[in-house]
Ligand binder design. Structure first.
Ligand code: COA
Ligand code: ZN
Length: 315
């Protein structure tokens, strides 16, 4: 197509997805999936997380995965960290960028990282120091920013307060995350329209979960506000073990397909992505939510039934 409209997608399936798998995904298979995702052309991949191995045992092999993946030039390899210990581990393992995690709501932050929001912000100050010393850029994700499974609506002023603190610490990029798929498109638009003019130098992104089938509509609403960076997950993997009811992220190949049909560029080879989704389905051993890998692309055509062909021929 080629309209010159570029959307950047960060693939998060091997982190947000593999973290909640019931079975530990063998390290070699994680590496295989990251390598396949790199080959499809993603410019950003959130490979794993450097958290406490007891909190997320599924990603206890973070160092080994980071050290063994093949680095495609042009791809930024990131990992999620909750504190300075995680940041040091991630930098030692060679990440290109650090993604931090804290929640806008107290209850989810306590459930997820065992800290109040104020304690998390203190830890992120330490993360920022470690990252700045190492010259590694920072992206601050704000979980439950569009709704909390414990508290419900999260005041926009609370999100704004956290954004302000992160900006002061030197975070150049901030991700608004809808952790359990509670957001709707009008709310997404309201949120970005409120925050963007207040922090014009911040690079924004949106992290969605498709729990209530609103992920792609939410992304389109954010695009209307000028957002061009989104997280998605191969096959629609994803979920947070500390957020009840959380299910998969927006599915990468469904999103790439939608954007392609609309005339946007992502740099991602959709056919290779669909093949990768099928391979991931084999690895996890159950049917993933992704729809395009089942239905085929919109350009798929079926044979006309015989009696219709006869009528057509007679026209
Ligand atoms: N990686 C490895 N170990 C870590 C760590 C990290 N990033 N952060 C802390 N630890 C270790 C400490 O060294 C300490 O070890 P010790 O007991 O041997 O001295 C121990 O964990 C306790 O440290 P503390 O700071 O008190 O951590 P905690 O037990 O309160 O746990 C987190 C806090 C943030 C480390 C933990 O809740 C966590 O990893 N959560 C991640 C949740 C997540 O990834 N959710 C999904 C993503 S949305
Ligand atoms: Zn998520």
């Amino acid at each position: 197509m080629g309209t010159g409209k570029w959307i950047t997608i960060c693939e998060v399936g091997t982190r947000d997805g593999f973290q909640i798998e019931a079975e530990f995904i063998p390290t070699e298979q994680k590496i295989e999936v990251v390598n396949r995702l790199s080959a499809t052309g993603f410019s950003k991949i959130e490979v794993t997380s450097f958290v406490h191995p007891k909190a997320i045992p599924q990603l206890r092999d973070a160092e080994e995965v980071m050290s063994k993946i093949e680095r495609r030039p042009g791809t930024t390899y990131t990992a999620l960290v909750p504190n300075d210990k995680g940041a040091r581990r991630a930098i030692d393992a060679g990440v290109d960028k650090i993604h931090t995690v804290l929640s806008a709501s107290e209850s989810h932050n306590l459930a997820n990282v065992n800290m109040t929001v104020a304690e998390s912000l203190e830890k992120l100050q330490a993360v920022a120091q470690v990252a700045h010393e190492a010259g590694v850029p920072l992206h601050g994700g704000i979980s439950t920013a569009l709704g909390c499974p414990f508290e419900g609506e999260v005041p926009l002023r609370q999100v704004e307060f956290i954004v302000g603190r992160l900006v002061d610490m030197g975070f150049e990029a901030i991700g608004i995350a809808d952790t359990t798929g509670m957001a709707n498109p009008a709310q997404v638009k309201r949120t970005f329209e409120y925050l963007m003019p207040k922090y014009p130098d911040t690079h924004w992104s949106l992290h969605t979960h498709n729990t209530r089938a609103m992920a792609i509509p939410n992304i389109l609403a954010a695009m209307d506000c000028g957002i061009t960076d989104f997280d998605s997950s191969i096959g629609g993997l994803g979920g947070c073990p500390y957020a009840p009811g959380a299910t998969g992220n927006v599915c990468s190949e469904d999103l790439v397909h939608c954007l392609y049909e609309m005339g946007y560029e992502t740099g991602i080879d959709l056919d290779a992505l669909i093949d990768t989704a099928k391979r991931v389905e084999e690895i996890v051993g159950y049917t993933l939510p992704g729809q395009v890998m089942k239905a085929g692309k919109s350009e798929r055509r079926y044979q006309v039934p015989h009696h219709v062909a006869e009528r057509l021929a007679a026209l």
